[in-house]
Design a protein around this ligand. Structure first.
Ligand SMILES: NC(=O)c1ccc[n+]([C@@H]2O[C@H](COP(=O)([O-])OP(=O)(O)OC[C@H]3O[C@@H](n4cnc5c(N)ncnc54)[C@H](OP(=O)(O)O)[C@@H]3O)[C@@H](O)[C@H]2O)c1
Length: 331
């Protein structure tokens, strides 16, 4: 099978084509003929060596997100059959090779039947970011109707799914973006609920939008230095949940609101073989919401074949894209 692999960490020139044997299906796993994958920051951070400790074994096949068709089913995976069209985030990290390949071996607990109303490329955009949004909003915040949430990075991969998921849960949603163009891409939100963080300070939008009270919840998909902004946006007794806490930070703004800080690390089931069924179940719920028209992936207009994964990573790392960058298998 054709693959794109890396054998050392570094720039986007690390990707090389390599023919490898098709993996044999094993108990609990299915073999997927890969149709599409998408780029997540973890993929280019692994490639660059920033997250070298969680890289798959060399030659490493990167990318967790996959959409494709099952061609073989191992023992103990009775929920699937040959021909099923599935999606999931099932590898590209230590212990599980990834999706930049003609075929991918995937733990059946990590995948689900893909939403019927969208293409393979659209489905491949969803798994990692949808699971992250679900773990933040449902598992960590237990978000309820009429609660008010601020979601940072509403046009980003995690952010645009989190906004739609929060709306589908009945919450009142505000989000931050960097430009008018990105604001227009979020057609599901009234303009007054979209905040341009380059034009308005956190103090100003907290006053304008909440009358100075602050938001019950903040989902910080940017994290790190942006966490202080999230603390400042929080109401008394509110909760911030973040995907990125790699920062040394003064917690006094959080403490002065008697606030809580929670984190999400969606890779734990993959890395530690823990609670994997939960990811499959989340993807079933997400598929229902997609087919009900409640969640739609925002796909960046330029797509790439697997042979051009280097260009896809360059674009993702440039910070100039929005939504999700997808890659399609060559015919
Ligand atoms: N812990 C986990 O389980 C987990 C899971 C998924 C992702 N992550 C991490 O979470 C982060 C986001 O992932 P992603 O897939 O959403 O990345 P992404 O698609 O690159 O989106 C990031 C978004 O952040 C926005 N942004 C940048 N600076 C901002 C600021 N100061 N205020 C508000 N928005 C800002 C950008 O929008 P503009 O262009 O409009 O600024 C961009 O759309 C990454 O660091 C990733 O590694 C962690």
């Amino acid at each position: 099978m054709r693959t794109q692999i890396i054998t050392s960490f570094g720039g986007t020139d690390q990707f090389k084509p390599l023919e490898l044997p098709i993996p044999k299906v094993k108990p609990g796993y299915v073999l997927i003929k890969v149709a599409a994958t998408s780029v997540n920051p973890v993929d280019y951070k692994i490639r660059a060596g920033i997250y070298s400790g969680i890289a798959p074994e060399f030659p490493a096949i990167l990318h967790g997100d996959v959409a494709g068709t099952i061609t073989a089913v191992g023992e103990d995976a009775p929920q699937f059959k040959i021909g099923d069209e599935v999606y999931g985030c099932a590898g590209g990290v230590k212990g599980e090779q990834g999706a930049l390949s003609e075929y991918m071996l995937a733990d059946a607990r990590l995948i689900a039947i893909k939403p019927k109303s969208i293409t393979m490329q659209e489905a491949a955009a969803l798994p990692l970011v949808s699971i992250t949004a679900w773990e933040a909003l449902v598992d960590k915040l237990n978000l309820k109707p009429k609660q008010t949430i601020l979601i940072h990075g509403g046009s980003g991969g995690v952010g645009h799914i989190a906004v739609q998921l929060a709306l589908s849960l009945g919450a009142t949603v505000y989000t931050t973006v960097s430009s008018q163009e990105n604001a227009k891409r979020l057609s599901y939100l009234p303009a007054k609920q979209i905040i341009n963080y380059r034009e308005e300070s956190v103090d100003d939008y907290v006053n304008r939008v909440t009358g100075g009270k602050g938001f019950d919840f903040v989902f910080d998909t940017v994290g790190a230095k942006n966490l202080e902004t999230s603390f400042k946006a929080l109401a008394h007794y509110g909760t911030v949940v973040t995907t990125q806490a790699n920062v040394t930070i003064d917690l006094s703004q959080l403490h002065s609101r008697s606030g809580d800080l929670k984190t999400v690390l969606m890779l734990i089931p993959l890395l530690f073989n823990k609670n994997r069924e939960h990811h499959g179940k989340i993807l079933l719920e997400i598929a229902k919401k997609v087919d009900a028209g409640e969640i739609k992936p925002l796909i960046y207009p330029q797509s790439f074949s697997f042979a051009h994964v280097n260009e896809a990573h360059e674009l993702a790392e440039s910070g100039k894209a929005y939504g999700k960058i997808v890659l399609r298998q060559a015919d």
